[in-house]
Design a protein around this ligand. Structure first.
Ligand SMILES: C[S@@+](CC[C@H](N)C(=O)[O-])C[C@H]1O[C@@H](n2cnc3c(N)ncnc32)[C@H](O)[C@@H]1O
Length: 300
């Protein structure tokens, strides 16, 4: 039933957005904590002295709020969301809650340093920033081996990996796509670029290199590798002067702040954005068939 509802909801949402100009979010990124078990180069969150962990009740209010706005897909983020708990309740309790409220699908983004074979999330995104030493250079020694072990033992049928390409790991992109293709536990790989939020600017990849890397990813995609990004969406990421559609996602931050779109806007970095969802959403609104297909594949 939920599947039928979502199949009806998506075209209706698109019609309202494209024809009536209604900017209601379709998906929510909800940060549940800022605790983490890694110290990644790109991350400025872990250095906070007192970690924040939201209560179950706070997350309930935030989910209800997002649902009322029109959102039907939620991604639980952190910190490291798999560390979240409130008394007896754990991340699976939040996933059940989201489903009870009416969300069609839930996603968890994890660094995969802990086993997650009990996860009931509809899909899991594992952050993989290159192979072996490339990943460890960004996320710490031993992180890659733990990630591989936990991916191989998780048994989840909708697990994908997400690589954020930066000035230190861009030479590992092709082997990371090969790795995703060669591992039966991984459904697809999504590629993004480092967005230069304050304090992490040096990780941003030079723009000309970014365009060359995009060409390589497109070649891999066209040769049949399981790249989640669409070709149209990737091509958009070469030139960021297009009209952004980032209102498609609302963000609820760890301090409870509610943003109608990505924080990048507040920081004034939209023209240097690396989140390929920006390109994907622009291509969807321009009715690019390959992107619409990739989006449906992701959400259905
Ligand atoms: C903030 S992490 C939190 C979830 C979890 N601890 C993890 O490592 O996946 C969520 C995702 O955002 C990505 N990310 C963090 N900073 C970024 C940036 N400046 N630009 C692009 N992606 C970024 C990470 O690589 C990761 O895939």
């Amino acid at each position: 039933m939920k599947r039928i509802n979502s199949l009806l909801y998506l075209p209706l949402w698109f019609f309202k957005a494209k024809i009536l100009g209604k900017q209601n979010p379709l998906q929510t990124v909800l940060f549940v904590n800022d605790q983490c078990n890694l110290r990644c180069r790109h991350c400025v969150i872990y250095s906070r002295k007192t970690p924040t962990v939201k209560s179950f009740e706070q997350v309930r209010k935030e989910l209800e709020y997002s649902y009322k706005l029109g959102s039907r897909f939620v991604d639980f983020e952190g910190g490291e969301p798999t560390l979240w708990h409130d008394g007896e309740k754990n991340l699976n309790s939040l996933i059940r809650l989201a489903h009870n409220i009416g969300f069609y699908s839930t996603t968890v983004t994890t660094n995969a340093q802990r086993p997650f074979n009990d996860s009931i999330a509809d899909s899991i995104w594992v952050s993989l920033d290159g192979i072996g030493r490339y990943h460890d250079d960004i996320r710490g020694d031993g992180a890659f081996d733990k990630l591989v072990k936990n991916i191989n033992s998780c048994g989840h049928n909708a697990l994908s990996v997400n690589m954020v390409i930066n000035s230190r790991n861009y030479t590992s992109v092709e082997e990371t796509i090969d790795f995703a293709a060669g591992n039966d536990n991984i459904k697809s790989i999504s590629l993004n670029f480092h967005t230069p939020f304050k304090g992490s600017e040096e990780l941003m990849l030079d723009w000309n290199l970014r365009c060359l890397v995009i060409d390589k990813i497109v070649m891999k995609k066209k040769s049949g590798y399981p790249v989640m990004n669409s070709v149209s969406g990737l091509e958009r990421m070469k030139d960021m002067n297009f009209q952004k559609q980032c209102w498609v996602t609302n963000f609820i931050m760890v301090d409870g702040a509610r943003y109608a779109q990505c924080q990048g806007k507040e920081e004034g970095v939209c023209n240097l954005c690396g989140f390929c969802m920006a390109g994907e959403m622009h291509a969807v609104m321009s009715l690019k068939p390959d992107t619409i297909f990739a989006g449906l594949n992701l959400r259905m």
